[in-house]
Design a protein. Structure first.
Length: 463
């Protein structure tokens, strides 16, 4: 039976935007195994097959046999042959991005031999601890490039907060910059601090000193933090302790940088973006997949809470270095590629509609309710009003009683519109209207921990 002509415009109006979003998401680098392709090249079967073979050779060398491998799509399993255990099946994305090989070979199948990994560890002068997610940056070239982005040549007297001193490679590169006044580092691993500042080391020759993270850092603001540094003349201070237990960075710091493990990337970026007064620049070395999430645009498949928060607070956000960072520049090498991102927060977060100042913590609290990690599956496609109603069933005191009035005050905002399709400015306006009714921010979702308390995962930033 032919479709009525009157129904066609309605179907087109509903599905054409969805198809455009799917095409946009398909063209985003990092979603597929063949990350060396971009744009329309991702739709060419021949180019995808060649790029897949090239990626396999780049990552795995001649470790596996691909003669019987038939690559079609990145989500369809392929057969790869191991010389010791025969054929095994896995998805191309897991094989390239997650560095998964023969399941029977286990860790011995990771790129790089045991001798190469051991040489990298001894060259760094310290042994990373797997429980902390440590991957030491051992490339002097990458460290210098990050330092150049953090402290450009035309800036002077800059104080930098480095989260995760590790072996001190990035710290040393920062101190060599002409515009660097001081580096204030944070390191959770006491043994790593001792080795990084041992007698005769690069940081020791720079006059670096270590201090225990003060208890007052758990609750003080940026200005109060600066008083802890009074009377210290050293250009490099390393505080021993978990940075995520602090409430703020020292007030003198204008730039924040570090090498971030994936499992705490979101918490750290949120903490740095919500600083008051805001930082001038945030330069971070993160997992490539998280970098795509951080820089994702509205409507893309990777768009989420951290994307909207960065888009609302930052005047600009982009990749600081072109291309991906290979796992070979770390010791031990991770199983994923990395990337360097640069975020530039605005001076103040102001609602364009009302001209009022908006608290970044209040904005983050609203985003956690609409785009948080717990909002998955069908809940991600709910309208704003339905999503907030669902949150109120779990926490009745989460919003003011007249929260629906705040939604009606946002110009052009449909209560049935999904949060994933909202622009960052829409979230800022909605937050401002909710704050008028008594809505407040309550931190960044991570309660400060006691110095002796062991969290479920003590992943910390390393360089």
């Amino acid at each position: 039976m032919p479709m009525p002509f009157s129904v066609v415009p309605a179907i087109r109006q509903r599905w054409v935007p969805c198809l455009s979003q799917i095409r946009s998401a398909a063209s985003t680098r990092g979603d597929f195994a063949t990350t060396s392709l971009s744009g329309r090249d991702r739709l060419d079967p021949g180019k995808k097959k060649r790029a897949f073979r090239e990626d396999c050779a780049r990552v795995w060398g001649n470790l596996w046999d691909y003669n019987k491998t038939k690559f079609k799509e990145n989500h369809l399993p392929i057969s790869v042959t191991c010389q010791r255990h025969g054929a095994f099946w896995l998805k191309p994305r897991d094989h390239i991005q997650r560095r998964e090989g023969c399941p029977k070979c286990g860790i011995l199948s990771l790129p790089g031999t045991l001798q190469e990994s051991a040489a990298a560890v001894f060259a760094s002068g310290s042994a990373p601890r797997p429980s902390l997610g440590q991957h030491l940056l051992r490339s002097r070239e990458i460290a210098n490039q990050i330092a150049e982005v953090a402290i450009p040549d035309d800036e002077e007297g800059m104080t930098v907060a480095e989260v995760g001193v590790g072996g001190g490679a990035l710290t040393e590169a920062l101190l060599e910059r002409p515009g660097c006044k001081r580096v204030i580092g944070f390191e959770v691993d006491d043994e790593m601090v001792k080795k990084a500042l041992r007698k005769g080391s690069l940081l020791d020759r720079r006059g670096a000193i270590e201090r225990r993270l003060p208890e007052s850092a758990r609750s003080c603001n940026r200005q109060e933090w600066s008083r802890e540094l009074e009377g210290i003349s050293s250009r490099c201070i390393v505080f021993k302790g978990d940075f995520l237990t602090t409430s703020a960075v020292p007030g003198d710091c204008e730039v924040a940088t570090g090498n971030v493990p994936y499992r705490i990337s979101s918490a750290l970026v949120t903490r740095l973006l919500c600083q008051q007064p805001p930082l001038k620049r945030i330069v971070l070395l993160v997992q490539n997949e998280f970098a795509r999430k951080l820089l994702a645009k509205t409507g893309s498949l990777k768009y989420g809470r951290v994307s909207a928060l960065a888009g609302a607070i930052c005047s600009s956000r982009d990749f600081a270095l072109p291309g991906r960072i290979s796992p070979e520049v770390f010791a031990p090498p991770p199983r994923v590629d990395s990337a360097v991102v640069c975020l530039r927060p605005r001076g103040e977060l102001i609602c364009r509609h009302s001209g009022e100042l908006v608290s970044p913590r209040a904005l983050d609290r609203l985003l956690r309710m609409l785009l948080g990690e717990k909002v998955k599956g069908p809940s991600r496609g709910l309208g704003i009003e339905a999503a907030l109603s669902e949150q109120l069933e779990q926490s009745p005191a989460a919003l003011p009683h007249s929260w629906r009035v705040a939604i009606s005050r946002v110009p052009g905002l449909d209560p049935g519109r999904p949060a994933v399709s909202m622009e960052p400015e829409d979230f800022v306006t909605l937050t401002a209207e909710l704050c008028r009714l008594g809505f407040e921010g309550v931190g960044d979702g991570r309660a400060p921990r006691a110095p002796g308390e062991d969290p479920p995962f003590r992943g910390q930033l390393m360089s």
